[in-house]
Design a protein around this ligand. Sequence first.
Ligand SMILES: Nc1ncnc2c1ncn2[C@@H]1O[C@H](COP(=O)(O)OP(=O)(O)OP(=O)(O)O)[C@@H](O)[C@H]1O
Ligand SMILES: [Mg+2]
Ligand SMILES: [Zn+2]
Length: 592
Amino acid sequence: MPYENLASKYRPNNLNEVLGQETVKRTLNNAVKLGRIAPSYVFYGPRGCGKTTIARILAKTLNCHKPSGGVPCDKCASCVEIAESKSLDVIEIDAASNTQVDKVRNVIIENVAFAPSRDKYKIYILDEVHMLTTQAFNALLKTVEEPPPHVVFIMATTEQHKVPVTILSRSQCFRFRPLSEELIFERLKEVAEKEKIKYEPEAFKIMAKASIGSMRDAVTLLDRAFSFGRGEVKTELVNELLGHAGEDLINSLALALINRDSATLHAAFDRLNAEGYDTLTALRDLRDLLAGTFFYLQKFSSVPTSLAGSLPKDFSASALAKLSRKVNLAVEEVKFSDSLAIAAEMALFTLIDTPQDLEALVRRLEGLELRLASPNGEPGRFTEPAPQKKNDISGERPERGPAALGPVPADAVRGTLEKALPAAPAHQEAAVGGAQPPSAVWKKLLARIADRKPIIYNMLLSVKITFDTETRWRLGSPNKFEVGMLQDFKKELEAEMEKISGGKIELIIERSAASAAPAAAFEDLSVQGDVAAPVEEVEAQSGQRGAEGHWEDLPEAASSSVDPELKKLLKVFHGSKVTKVVKKTGENKDRG
Ligand SMILES: Nc1ncnc2c1ncn2[C@@H]1O[C@H](COP(=O)(O)OP(=O)(O)OP(=O)(O)O)[C@@H](O)[C@H]1O
Ligand SMILES: [Mg+2]
Ligand SMILES: [Zn+2]
């Protein structure tokens, strides 16, 4: 006996055997029982979910010589012939290969007038009907509008929107749904047991997921896995067949993103490439893993993921959702790239470089602010050491010897921040455009921009801010390109700031001289007389300047371990305070 593929062998014979599609089955069953047969049906929905199968079952049911309770007998001549696509009264036309108007006219229009040769109905199953030309549709429409009583059209399509409304409106339309992973998983087990195929359940789970709702794809995959695996379907083999990177690798990609660990990220990509896994599939798996973990942490799903157990404890669920969304955007961005692997890796590197858990960052910052504002420092408040980057690619924090790699005690970090950023009297900050101090306006602006315009956000983190007046701020950048981008975005920034502060703030965006001082300093009006030297400069010189100031006792590793992002923000929000630290000989010229 010739080998019959599993998908055909396990094509359901009657509606009871069809999985899912409950509404379709119920409605058709009732119609058959009541004898209310429509002259034209349109079955639409995704691939491999039962459209052709149900079309044939309906044809059998209508033409069966001995149906019982609406179920075809599968024994009579009509049933047997339909199952073998040999019935003279059930004509299957694959529109994908009959797109010419003449053929449709010949096959349908000219034959339709003749009575069925033996059975009750003359049934036309038009598969992939969306492939018909306009002329073919027009020819078909005439018959659908006034069909002879013995004729039934069953059209199937994956692209309902390509079927003219004139046809749809004259037909009974049924939407087919993609089959759930659970149903597909159950079906795979059932087929495997009937075929005596050994399998690892995990392998079937992966297959069910990869089939994205198509039972045909799942069963066909089982066929392939069975022949490749010499009788046994194993997880590893299925991953290989699908070009999937496997859970470990995807997990390490996810953790690399979360921990902003560029070395691990690169190593993971090396492995992906070396083993020839499909990059796009890996990105999609990564997106799904992040989303699945989010659902699990939110208790929307009871399926734990391997990632859920290895998340850093301060990483919020919402940050996972955002990350998943960003990975999805990366998929969209790179999928047409002519150099997919590089584009994908670069996209993920950029994710490492942009803030992920902005809320957490702001929370930490607020805690720090509170602490800084209190006169005695309340050291207990800020106990969380900033996460250590293994390999920072942002270039803003050069590694300085082995000490920089080790974990830093919270106290050391605290000490550093305390010394670098002593509390400034609250009244020092002038209120801008209303009741809010500039740093508050700026902070809210950053928070709003971060998600919407990550590029602008990153630029804002590094601009130099000077106040002409309370309502006129200068943003300076040495980079021509940045200045241009910011200028384009100026109106929006101003509008946003007005919303936040309640008053107009004019922004002047200009090219500033490139200086050794790399980052933004809040040169507040009240401290303009002070020497502005941002934290990084201070750190870089701490060795030589020991005699002069109070930095010599700051452990280098500790200062370099502060999360650069936090540091950037601190500089932006507390620049005025920093400037005063630097000018260790001069007293604060507090004019407030
Ligand atoms: N609902 C279902 N229940 C059980 N098996 C199904 C179901 N849907 C599809 N299958 C399996 O998939 C095979 C293909 O199904 P079918 O030809 O009906 O898909 P289709 O929806 O017409 O897809 P396409 O749009 O690609 O033509 C069947 O032979 C059967 O093995
Ligand atoms: Mg089909
Ligand atoms: Zn029959």
